[in-house]
Design a protein around this ligand. Structure first.
Ligand SMILES: Cc1ncc(COP(=O)(O)O)c(C=O)c1O
Ligand SMILES: N[C@@H](CCOP(=O)(O)O)C(=O)O
Length: 460
């Protein structure tokens, strides 16, 4: 399996190289050259299988000969053994025809654990046999960072630096990143928003001297391995609801577009997905774009769903690449325009995007109202991100086609917003009950590339 860049001029890599190198050297994102197909019989055979077996079938064709069959099965086994639910990603019925896919049973209580635990295992195997060391730098609006730290803490061949926007994430998210005591973990509170953190991360990748000196690696959804691991639960959920004999729709709370893009990949592989619905908060640049208003940056307004406070949605580049017939130069031009504020999508590309994605948004009040309503009607306590999904899914679902809303985080990660909306203070699981008593270790840093690079170089 070969991986090519969305900007068209970076070297073609295999899975391991793409996974370990992060951003392509032309500034683009790696995508598979071709998308493997799974036949209806193969999909049908997933019914009743363990999550780990479905994961193996779905991901194996993307990995090529980088891991042996046994190695890859063991990697998957170790990744999901730490989950707190036997089904890994259980489905719950919310209403007639509307299901919740609970993706928060991993160690840090958000969907990021599905990919990060797997990547942690893959990095360990790949780096261990080469006896190499890398510096992971990540940008987070709260959940990627905690999942990455959990997956990589204490590993001898990795240092992990996570940049988060100072004051713009929940206290639980912050404490998950600042309380680990392992010396290879470094939490950095950046004076800026998530887009600033992600922009500085991409600047570091585009500085080849720095990148090569520290042996930079990425675990954001820049990394194809992250997207790949997220494809699996679309299969497990759809098959449980009757696929491939029946179409299923998904609504995905969206920020950096990695999760919903994973759904698109599942569809390209042959999973009969009817609608892929992009659900945004008040930072609704994706919703506006998918409704034909162009992709134009505004100010990021902090919300009660902080993980989705994003304007520069990294993986939208992968969606645009396909919508523009995989023409690298078109993507280079759009990304140049984005640096200056935004771009309009051509009519042809818009038609392609709209043939795959629909969208909706939820205001702050609508998010809180949905938390209260879901609790009253179905007994389900939702996190604000999942509530945005449920609100938009209710507007977009069609009678006769099951709708699955991705519940992307546990309500206990956002206790203040959940309590304000529902009157219930969601408790943390027992294993985290002393989170508020643990001491924190974090460095405040300016939103400045040189300062960040200096800090990282000085701490590896
Ligand atoms: C809880 C939660 N929900 C939804 C999202 C949005 O996911 P994506 O960035 O893949 O669109 C995020 C952040 O990525 C998140 O942490
Ligand atoms: N919401 C994310 C933002 C980063 O997304 P990623 O999927 O590219 O890692 C977060 O929680 O950090």
């Amino acid at each position: 399996m070969q991986y090519i860049s969305t900007r068209g001029t970076a070297p073609v890599l295999n899975f391991e190289e793409a996974m370990l190198s992060g951003l392509a050297r032309d500034g683009g994102l790696y995508v598979p050259k071709t998308i493997p197909q799974l036949s209806p019989d193969t999909i049908s055979a997933m019914e009743g299988q363990r999550y780990e077996d479905i994961a193996y079938t779905v991901m194996r064709p993307f990995v090529g000969d980088v891991f042996t069959d046994t190695e890859f099965r063991e990697i998957i086994g170790r990744a999901y053994a730490v989950f707190g639910h036997d089904a890994r990603a259980p489905l719950k019925q919310l209403d007639q025809g509307h299901f919740l896919l609970e993706l928060f049973h991993g160690p840090t209580l958000a969907f990021k654990d599905f990919a990060m635990q797997l990547i942690g295992q893959m990095f360990q195997t790949a780096l261990g046999r080469k006896n190499e060391r890398v510096t992971i730098v990540g940008a987070t609006s709260g959940d990627t960072g905690s999942a990455a730290i959990e997956a990589f803490r204490g590993l001898s061949n990795v240092d992990v630096f996570i940049m988060y926007p100072h004051g713009r994430i929940s206290e639980v998210q912050r404490r998950q990143m600042t309380t680990p005591t392992e010396s290879n973990v470094h939490a950095l509170a950046v004076d800026g928003d998530f887009d600033d953190c992600q922009a500085r991360l991409k600047d570091m990748f585009n500085d080849f001297d720095f990148r090569d000196t520290v042996r930079l690696a990425g675990v954001n959804s820049i990394n194809w391995g992250r997207v790949l691991a997220q494809v699996v639960y679309y299969f497990s959920a759809a098959v449980a609801l009757g696929a491939p004999h029946r179409k299923v729709s998904f609504t995905v709370p969206t920020g950096n577009f990695g999760d919903v893009f994973a759904g698109y990949i599942a569809k390209q592989m042959g999973l009969p997905i009817d609608r892929l619905v992009v659900a945004t908060n008040q930072n609704d640049i994706l919703h506006r774009c998918l409704n034909g208003q162009g992709y134009h940056k505004g100010e990021t307004v902090p919300s009660i769903s902080p993980s989705m406070d994003i304007q520069v949605s990294s993986n939208f580049e992968r969606a645009l690449f396909d919508a523009y017939d995989r023409e690298g130069p078109a993507i280079v031009q759009l990304m140049d325009e984005l640096k200056a504020g935004g771009f309009d999508v051509s009519q042809g590309a818009m038609q392609v995007l709209q043939s795959h994605y629909t969208s909706g948004r939820a205001s702050e009040q609508e998010t809180s109202d949905t938390i209260a309503r879901a609790l009253k009607h179905s007994g389900e306590l939702l996190c604000p991100h999942s509530a945005i999904g449920v609100k938009v899914a209710d507007e977009e679902r069609v009678i006769g086609t099951p709708m699955v809303t991705l519940a992307t985080a546990h309500p206990a990660k956002f206790p203040a917003a959940v309590e304000a909306a529902s009157g219930i203070h969601p408790p943390l699981p027992a294993r985290m009950s002393d989170l508020y008593e643990r001491s924190e270790r974090v460095t405040r840093v300016p939103n400045d590339l040189d300062a960040l690079k200096k800090h990282i170089k000085g701490h590896i």
